[in-house]
Design a protein around this ligand. Structure first.
Ligand code: AMP
Length: 508
């Protein structure tokens, strides 16, 4: 159309925010439409001040309407947290006019305080209260809808998977027939299960407590950036931490916030912190300390930029394109040499744990983390995770067990030893060479238990050289004493890294 004034709509036609995963996971979009000729210049204010845009907050025009001067766009926010709550004002102007619209963005409650309504100076350029209220209501409705959809999807996945169905139908039968872990009957949350797992872990590793050596970090020195994930203990955030090490004024860290602070949860938190303080090795994720002045209790770890190894493997395998998170840091499909490097690093961490007579009990790729330059570290010493809940088998309503990673003696008699960790290491090798497949993925829990206890082995993955499969089989000897020791395994892997074997990928 001919030269015209500017008009804006923010919050889209139905005034809701939308979560867009097409661009990047965790990207939120504040949709807007602008009409004006010549095309107006756009600018955003956040709580009345200029909004600084960059990698994590950016404006993008997503659609130009055909034969029209109207454009539709998004203000994308990547993984917004409570610090991003506030008024977003879009200013648009061209030589013929200007317009401004404001919406209230409310992404997350401050995890460091009790929930409260966002405060701050009143924005005089803001839209009429009715618009703000309707956008806030729309946002709340959207959040509920999103949660419901997620629940439906999760439920559906559970029902579709053989595994989920089997657990629902056969949980109690198994708990009775395998007499080992009937610990009681009260239902337990996954966090409680995790704590239960940790307690046992601690009982088996009692000498690793050091009450006085846990480093305490001040809450004011931790500035949360955004959420990285969620485990059974609570949310994990990327944060900036000040005054942590002398060489750097501030550095990126991963912060784990404990979601429930019951007396027993606090005790377990303290115990885990003491244990983590003692474990120090280049292939064990570095633990910096705790922050306990106020709620929630948090643990501070080194930040491993590629997240957990299972996800990393899946996004660097044959399905990489589908799962690529669009952060432009794709390594492509992992090579044999990279797989060997990953395995060797985990073996090195395990040699260290074994030297301390520490029994991990839950070694799996989901519990390892990947940092820059393909550095891999063992990163979780508890049991059970929400997002990987199908990897665990709930027995008798209380305990969650990673049965697919467990040897027969752990399944049958609940015996966890350095040798049972070696069995799990063999399964980790299998995970690496299958780009993160779930062991016995084709079987239900009960079928997997049957196979393992009857002595059936996981098959050689297509891309796995026989030298590596030999190592796996050395880990899966039925007699614990006959399993190879972790030092030998580590040396064999180191040798393979130096001279990688040639392998033929069997077609079919
Ligand atoms: P967890 O509570 O350990 O189960 O962690 C939940 C998720 O948070 C994991 O799957 C990772 O994606 C992420 N995460 C945990 N720790 C770190 C870390 N140190 N660096 C980066 N991401 C992490």
């Amino acid at each position: 159309r001919a030269g015209s004034d500017v008009t804006i709509t923010v919050g889209a036609k139905n005034e809701t925010f939308a979560l867009f995963s097409a661009e990047k996971p965790h990207d939120w979009c504040i949709p807007f439409s602008v009409d004006g000729n010549p095309p107006p210049a756009l600018r955003w204010l956040f709580n009345g001040s200029a909004l600084v845009q960059g990698k994590y907050i950016r404006t993008k025009i997503v659609e130009y309407e055909h034969n029209s001067t109207v454009v539709h766009g998004c203000l994308y926010l990547n993984g917004p947290t409570h610090v991003n709550n506030g008024n977003y004002t879009l200013l648009a102007h061209n030589p013929l006019g200007a317009d401004a619209r404001t919406v209230l963005g409310r992404f997350m409650d401050n995890p460091f305080t009790k929930p409260r309504l966002p405060s701050g100076p009143v924005d005089r350029t803001a839209s009429p209260p009715s618009l703000q209220v309707s956008v806030a209501v729309a946002l709340a409705v959207f959040a509920c809808l999103f949660l419901s959809i997620m629940l439906i999807v999760l439920n559906k996945c559970g029902r579709h998977s053989k595994f989920g169905a089997a657990v629902l139908a056969q949980d109690d039968d198994i708990a009775m027939s395998l007499h080992f872990m009937n610990l009681g009957s009260s239902p337990q949350s996954s966090a409680e299960s995790k704590l239960e797992g940790l307690k046992t872990n601690f009982i088996e590793n009692p000498q690793y407590f050091c009450d006085s050596c846990v480093h305490h970090i001040k809450r004011r020195d931790i500035v949360l950036k955004w959420e990285l994930g969620e485990g059974a203990f609570g949310k994990v955030f990327l944060a900036e931490c000040y005054n942590l090490i002398p060489e750097q004024e501030k550095m990126l860290v991963a912060v784990k916030a404990l979601k429930e602070a019951t007396e027993s949860a606090r005790l377990d938190f303290q115990r885990e912190a003491e244990l983590l303080t003692v474990l120090q090795h280049e292939h064990i994720v570095r633990f910096y300390g705790v922050c306990t002045d106020g709620e929630p209790l948090v643990m501070v770890f080194e930040y491993m930029k590629h997240g957990d190894l299972n996800r990393f493997l899946r996004s660097h395998g044959p399905d990489a394109k589908i799962l690529d998170n669009g952060n432009g840091q794709s390594f492509g499909q992992l090579t044999l040499s990279q797989m060997l490097q990953i395995a060797t690093q985990i073996a090195s961490g395990m040699v260290y744990l074994a030297s301390l007579h520490f029994v991990h009990r839950d070694l799996a790729t989901r519990n390892c983390l990947v940092g820059r330059s393909l550095v891999v570290k063992i990163g979780d010493f508890g049991m059970s995770r929400d997002i990987y809940s199908t990897d665990y088998y709930r027995v008798g309503g209380r305990t969650m067990l990673p049965i697919r990673w467990m040897p027969p003696e752990s399944i049958l008699y609940r015996k966890f030893t350095a040798e049972s960790d070696i069995w799990s290491f063999g399964v980790v090798l299998w995970e690496i060479f299958t780009y993160g497949k779930q062991p016995w993925y084709q079987l239900s829990n009960t079928e997997a238990i049957e196979c393992i206890t009857q002595g059936r082995e996981l098959e050689r993955p297509r891309t796995c050289p026989s030298e590596v499969y030999d190592i796996m089989q050395g880990c899966w000897q039925r007699e614990p004493q006959q399993r190879q020791n972790i030092k030998e395994i580590h040396s064999r892997l180191q040798a393979l890294v130096k001279t990688p074997p040639v392998y033929l990928d069997v077609l079919g």
